[in-house]
Design a protein around this ligand. Structure first.
Ligand code: HEC
Ligand code: HEC
Length: 380
């Protein structure tokens, strides 16, 4: 896949306006990566204010264990508000009895990804390009919530709170489609608040780090735009997390996903094939969609497989020109940074995180059924 530049500020703003009120501003303008390509996070926050009641409904679903098959987990099991809406471990948990093979990504600022996720959601882009579809898949996927949409529909209809919420937001009875819309609204409400980068309060060190980010270190080639991502896959050569192959449960979920996505020769791979899962083009093996760099202070460990525990490790990795693979992204070259420069780059990355953590108070949603206790200790 050829590298593509992200839409410029006006392009993104057009997308936001469209979402907000049907104002059609046509033509996504493309522009080369530059410092002007980081619009502030403000306009989105304003756009969110309109639909507070829908956000509330989505929040209740997000914390409701009844939308998982046996009532054992909810979205927050893996997208924990106390852990930057990730789960803080290298490879994600999964539905009781299974384990996942990728890191649980943050959901903060997903609304910005929604504007350009034409490659698709998920680390390798295999989750489709529409956030509403991602919600459907997260709910029904056996390794995630393992839920049947009709049962979810039924459970919502039996709950007076949801009945009232569906009436208020949609003027009708509950359905899985309405639940998905509400979940999207909740996820889109999670937006950076006061990152020093946005408020203009960069320390001198972070300021010098920014110069490196945009200059000598070439990070901006891929990490640009409001979401700090060009939205396309690249091969940076992150080392494999061999637990995917040594742990039978992770191995099983991995094989099952590449099998259902029609990956050729699905039995031979001893690596995460990445975007190849989508394109089936051998040149794309090992490519992953550039992730956001916002809120990293809350979302360690890093990369699609959690192989780096700290931002200093990530910067060392790039300083060495990335990992070992062929073809490696051509933007990656040994950088020859001094210890001071590496430190400055880390400080700049830290300045992209809100000082006030982006979080919500977890909701306790009552449920009559009591799932098996301690399943996480048993299976994960
Ligand atoms: C069992 C753990 C788990 C649960 C439960 C879970 N997720 Fe996820 N979620 C993940 C993992 C892991 C990924 C990344 C998958 C990949 O890239 O292969 C992901 C990806 C996503 C993404 C795409 C993010 C991006 O930047 O591409 C969204 C959005 C999302 N989840 C929302 C939800 C919502 C909403 C729920 C509840 C309905 C939910 N998830 C439940 C583990 C989980
Ligand atoms: C060729 C494009 C490209 C360039 C250049 C690049 N990155 Fe990345 N970055 C990526 C991709 C792709 C990933 C995800 C890789 C993976 O998970 O395997 C990533 C992941 C990261 C992560 C981990 C984010 C997370 O949530 O796990 C950080 C931090 C990061 N990059 C910082 C930087 C810095 C700092 C630079 C400059 C020194 C840089 N990147 C240069 C494409 C790039």
């Amino acid at each position: 896949m050829k590298k593509k530049h992200s839409p410029s500020f006006s392009g993104r703003l057009a997308v936001l306006l469209l979402v907000a009120g049907g104002l059609l501003v046509s033509g996504l303008v493309t522009a080369p990566a530059s410092a002007d390509n980081y619009p502030p996070i403000g306009p989105l926050a304003e756009h969110q204010a309109a639909k507070a009641s829908l956000v509330e409904m989505g929040k209740r679903l997000f914390f409701d264990q009844r939308i998982s098959g046996d009532g054992a987990i909810n979205c927050a099991t893996c997208h924990d508000p106390a852990k930057g809406f990730g789960d803080g471990v290298p490879l994600s948990k999964a539905y009781p009895g299974t384990k996942h093979f990728r890191n649980a990504p943050t959901l903060i600022n997903s609304a910005f990804k929604a504007g350009f996720a034409d490659v698709g959601w998920g680390w390798s882009g295999y989750m489709g390009a529409n956030m509403n579809d991602v919600m459907r898949d997260q709910i029904t996927e056996t390794m995630i919530m393992n839920m049947d949409m009709r049962i979810m529909h039924e459970r919502m209809k039996q709950d007076a709170v949801y009945v009232a919420m569906c009436q208020e937001n949609f003027g009708g009875e509950c359905s899985s489609g309405k639940a998905r819309k509400a979940l999207v609204a909740f996820v889109e409400s999670l937006v950076s608040i006061d990152a020093p980068f946005d408020t203009g309060n960069l320390s001198d060190q972070a300021r010098r780090g920014r110069e490196l980010f945009e200059g000598k270190a070439r990070c901006i080639e891929c990490h640009n735009g409001a979401y700090f991502s060009d939205g396309v896959p690249h091969n940076t050569g992150v080392p494999e997390n061999m637990e995917i192959f040594t742990d039978p449960m992770r191995h099983l979920t991995y094989r099952s996903i590449i099998h259902t996505h029609g990956v050729p020769k699905m039995g031979i791979w001893r690596r995460d094939v990445g975007y190849f899962e989508v394109s089936k083009n051998y040149g794309d093996v090992g490519k992953f969609v550039t992730p956001t760099l916002r809120e990293l202070n809350y979302t360690a460990p890093y990369m699609h497989n959690g192989m780096f525990a700290t931002l200093a490790e990530v910067v060392d990795f790039y300083d060495q020109g990335g990992g070992y693979d062929d073809p490696l992204a051509e933007e990656l070259q040994p950088l020859g940074l001094t210890a001071e420069e590496r430190g400055n780059l880390v400080e700049f990355l830290k300045s992209l995180s809100s000082v006030t953590p982006v979080t919500v108070e977890p909701l306790k949603v009552p449920q009559a059924y009591k799932p098996i206790e301690n399943w996480l200790e048993v299976t994960n």
